[in-house]
Design a binder for this molecule. Structure first.
Ligand code: AMP
Length: 379
């Protein structure tokens, strides 16, 4: 019996397990929350990541450990690595958890990224603003997600204001990039060094939360795709990586600028469950187990819409041809990702028609209409 241990018991872990069952795999999850949704479908250990006794017990009999959450303390991953193989390597967690490490890695590998300066105190902020210039963006280096812990500073008054109520912890100042759109690439590397890449995906956020992903990204050309793959390849090799890696980019007039990376499966890859020959979840498992990777070829065009805090009537969604509903079994709370819908179609034109068939639930807010308009895929 092959049992895989997963740190983090959220929806990404849930979908990893669903992809692994047909391969005959078993799963054991560790999450500090007794509410973690994987409890529905797999063994769940409820313990803190700092509880070494619990980690040791958790590791017992596992084939390997992976993670679905990048803020797992590196110390926990390293502790586990003494007992059982851990993939992706803990060094990838270390790089991704701290924006300074992440951007330094991009720079070292020749991957274009924003100008950046570390900021540890109010005095550093003045120096960094002088170097980078206004407008600029201040971010917490650690634990930032879904747009939290970020401040856009456009004027000297904005700088003065943030200094009065200076945020805790180490920070990073970046130049405020002008970009046309946001893209991401999902890449996989297995333990023998074989790699595979999904096509770049176009992502639309609102309130710092991903709302819609279109795959492949509209107007994707081979030059752009190669640039994404080259960046991913460098990181995979440098970290001797095994698993799925995600890099998020800004598309600046056809030039990719790396913003951040996640050493795990990613929300912008959920479309691959129905929209690619092999999903990101299955490929992550194949990669960490050292198995051959599956084809990343797309099957038509896909759009993935997150369900945030509430869910539509299932029948309304499923009435659309080739629509797929995924509910994670989480309690409904504002701002929480509780499920997603993937629409798939043979062509971009057909996908546009299917987006237009979405029930009123998806149109209550004006931004949705704007979103679909701006994401029109056939132009
Ligand atoms: P992040 O947490 O780094 O993914 O940032 C959340 C969102 O803020 C991104 O998806 C962008 O829309 C925006 N953003 C982040 N960094 C920058 C930047 N340097 N310049 C302009 N926009 C940014």
């Amino acid at each position: 019996m092959t049992t895989i241990g997963i740190l983090g018991g959220g929806q990404l872990g849930y979908m990893l397990a669903l992809a692994g069952y047909p391969l005959g795999l078993h799963f054991r999850f560790l999450d500090p929350s007794p509410e973690a949704p994987v409890g529905r479908i797999a063994q769940r250990v409820t313990a803190e990541y700092s509880d070494h006794e619990a980690l040791e017990k958790f590791a017992h009999g596992l084939e390997l450990v992976t993670y679905e959450f990048e803020n797992v303390p590196v110390t926990a991953a390293r502790f586990l690595a003494k007992h059982v193989p851990v993939y992706p390597p803990p060094a990838a967690l270390e790089a991704a958890q701290d924006r300074l490490n992440e951007k330094t890695l991009f720079k070292k590998l020749g991957i274009a990224t924003t100008a950046f300066e570390a900021v540890d105190c109010a005095h550093d902020l003045d120096t960094a603003v002088k170097k980078i210039g206004l407008p600029t963006m201040l971010k917490t280096r650690r634990m930032g997600y879904d747009g939290k812990g970020q401040w856009v500073l456009r004027t000297a008054e904005d700088v003065a204001k943030v200094k009065q109520n200076f945020p805790d912890g180490p920070l990073l100042l970046e130049n405020l990039v002008t970009f046309q759109r946001e893209l991401s690439i999902l890449a996989a590397r297995n333990r023998s060094g074989e790699t595979a890449f999904y096509p770049l995906v176009e992502n639309h956020h609102r309130g710092g939360i991903l709302r819609l992903s279109i795959a492949p990204a509209p107007r994707l050309n081979p030059v752009l795709q190669q640039a994404g793959e080259r960046a991913a390849e460098r990181i995979l090799k440098e970290l001797n990586y095994a698993g799925v890696l995600t890099i998020e980019f800004f598309d600046c007039d056809g030039e990719l600028m790396a913003n951040e990376m996640a050493p795990r499966v990613h929300n912008s890859g959920h479309w691959s469950i129905e929209g690619a020959a092999t999903s990101q979840f299955e490929n992550h498992l194949r990669a960490v187990l050292g198995m051959p990777l599956g084809s990343t070829a797309t099957e038509g065009a896909s759009a993935m819409l997150n369900l945030i805090g509430e869910v539509p009537e299932a029948g309304d969604v499923l009435a659309i041809p080739d629509a797929h509903l995924h509910l994670y079994g989480k309690s409904l709370r504002p701002g929480r990702k509780v499920g997603h819908v993937t629409l798939r179609a043979a062509s971009a034109e057909e996908l546009n028609r299917r987006l237009a068939m979405l029930p009123a639930f998806f149109r209550r807010e004006e931004f949705c209409l704007e979103l679909y308009r701006s994401a029109r895929i056939a132009d």
